[in-house]
Design a binder for this molecule. Structure first.
Ligand code: HEM
Ligand code: CU
Length: 444
């Protein structure tokens, strides 16, 4: 309406969220969202052609206020190969806007809507085949703040889960095409936060200080899976259930439906690394749905003491167990060191990282380090034997005793050569190239 002041919406890429709205009145908000189809990283060595609202997955975060009147522009980049539209769950009206925004490559459409209901809403593309457009990453969140605003917090982040269906299984390198059959079977190769494996870990981890109140705007684009969203080591003080106004307190895990959202809030009481997961836990540790919040500050030993005792307890002894072989293609053969390093990196992520950790640092008392490991560097052939046959009994690595069991990994000589070449050339280890022939001899 003519009387409302006009403002341009601030749009942000995950994990960032636009600043809280401080105005005390409705406005005409102009949103300009551009669709692009872009090749980006799904995981280390794995690319995918994502279809995006704003250049990345999830789409730009949009933040408005209840009763705002939105002038919504949808632009489809001329380089796109497909038409797209948008269905915003915050819209009351046909298709949530989809009926008015079918936009061919190189075109722009505009429609207006009034935000009648406060809440956190998913938006997504609804162009046929709808499932495919969503599976390619066409979703994001729009927050409609209640008129009085949301309570002030110290940190706000944007986290959105999605499931992806690639021809190659998890970790198979290269530019991976969409796999319709896997999508129909609801059998994703990837389940990730914010569009890729590792989007919220390592240098990309979320951060907070002890004492901060943290708010996560959590969405789930699907297309298929329901998320059991959980932060390991935290309890949500408050959850705005399903993104609406009902606040549920003291929640461990909250369901986020496909095409739904939740707002979770908690106080970071003690320092440490808090792991965001879909607690359908194979998705977290084997398909990518894992992120991290690093909290820094002073400890409070009353709330969390840290480990007080650690000693061996093995009433029935230990045995070497067998791990199933990964489904990576047996065909990948390396003919030089560079190829071994590349294939070895993926093999490491698939077969070793769960225990020896991303940087080979291990976990003290449980999994010995491979980084600068004196045990490893003293005798590479012995280490090859460990990978080929498993290991049990006491060993000393960098001055620490380990008395645990490493499973026998069903890897071919070629795969062991590649993963060991990778390990020997990382993290300050002594380098070199290990060949399948050397593996054959060493494990005999
Ligand atoms: C020990 C390599 C996978 C658990 C070792 C050692 C090496 C090694 C070289 C000797 C100690 C050292 O140098 O730190 C690898 C490689 C893997 C792999 C290259 C993947 C291809 C795993 C997995 C697990 C695991 C998946 C856990 C399920 C252990 C444990 C030990 C060990 C517990 C110590 C065993 C003992 O105390 O006797 N590994 N490992 N490893 N690994 Fe692994
Ligand atoms: Cu689309």
């Amino acid at each position: 309406s003519a009387t409302l002041p006009t403002v341009m919406a601030e749009l942000t890429d995950a994990p960032n969220v636009p600043a809280p709205i401080t105005r005390k009145h409705a406005a005409k908000v102009v949103v300009k969202l551009e669709v692009t189809e872009v090749v980006k990283k799904m995981a280390d060595g794995v690319d995918y052609t994502f279809w995006t609202f704003g250049g990345s997955v999830p789409g730009k975060f949009i933040r408005i206020r209840q009763n705002d009147e939105v002038e919504f522009h949808l632009m489809n980049h001329p380089d796109s190969k497909n038409p797209h539209n948008i269905d915003l769950h915050a819209v009351t009206g046909p298709g949530g806007g989809a009926a008015s925004t079918f936009t061919a490559p190189g075109q722009e459409t505009v429609f207006n809507f009034k935000a009648l209901n406060p809440g956190l809403y998913v938006y997504h593309c609804a162009t046929a085949p709808v499932g495919m457009h969503i599976a390619n990453g066409m979703y994001g969140l729009i927050l409609v703040e209640p008129e009085e605003g949301l309570p002030k917090v110290d940190k706000e982040y944007y986290v959105m889960q999605g499931d992806f269906y690639t021809k190659g299984d998890f970790g198979v390198p290269g530019l991976q095409p969409f796999d319709m059959q896997k999508a129909l079977d609801e059998n994703p190769s990837y389940v990730v936060f914010n569009g890729s494996v590792g989007s919220l870990t390592g240098d990309n981890a979320l951060t907070a200080k002890v004492g901060d109140n943290v708010r996560l705007f959590v969405g789930n684009g699907g297309p298929n899976l329901i998320s059991s969203f959980h932060v390991i080591g935290e309890i949500f003080d408050r959850v705005y259930a399903e993104g609406g106004t009902t606040v549920n307190e003291h929640i461990q895990t909250t369901l986020v439906p496909a095409g739904g959202a939740a707002i979770t809030e908690f106080k970071a009481d003690v320092p440490g690394n808090y792991v965001l997961v879909d607690h359908s836990i194979f998705r977290a540790f084997n398909k990518g749905a894992l992120g991290m919040l690093k909290v820094e500050g002073n400890e409070d030993k009353k709330i969390y003491s840290g480990q007080l005792v650690q000693k061996i307890y093995q009433p029935e002894g230990s045995t070497v167990q067998e791990m199933p072989k990964s489904k990576a293609p047996a065909a990948a053969m390396a003919s030089n060191k560079d190829m071994r390093l590349e294939l070895g990196k993926t093999l490491y992520a698939q077969n070793c990282q769960a225990c020896h950790q991303a940087e080979g640092q291990g976990i003290k008392g449980a999994f010995p380090p491979l980084a600068k490991s004196d045990y490893l560097n003293a005798d590479v052939n012995r280490a090859i034997g460990v990978v080929a046959h498993g290991l049990e009994g006491q060993i000393k690595v960098n001055g620490e005793l380990y008395n645990s069991t490493m499973p026998k990994l069903k890897l071919s000589d070629e795969e062991i050569a590649n993963v060991m070449t990778y390990v020997m050339n990382k993290w300050g280890n002594k380098g070199g190239e290990i060949t399948p022939a050397q593996v054959g001899k060493a494990k005999a």
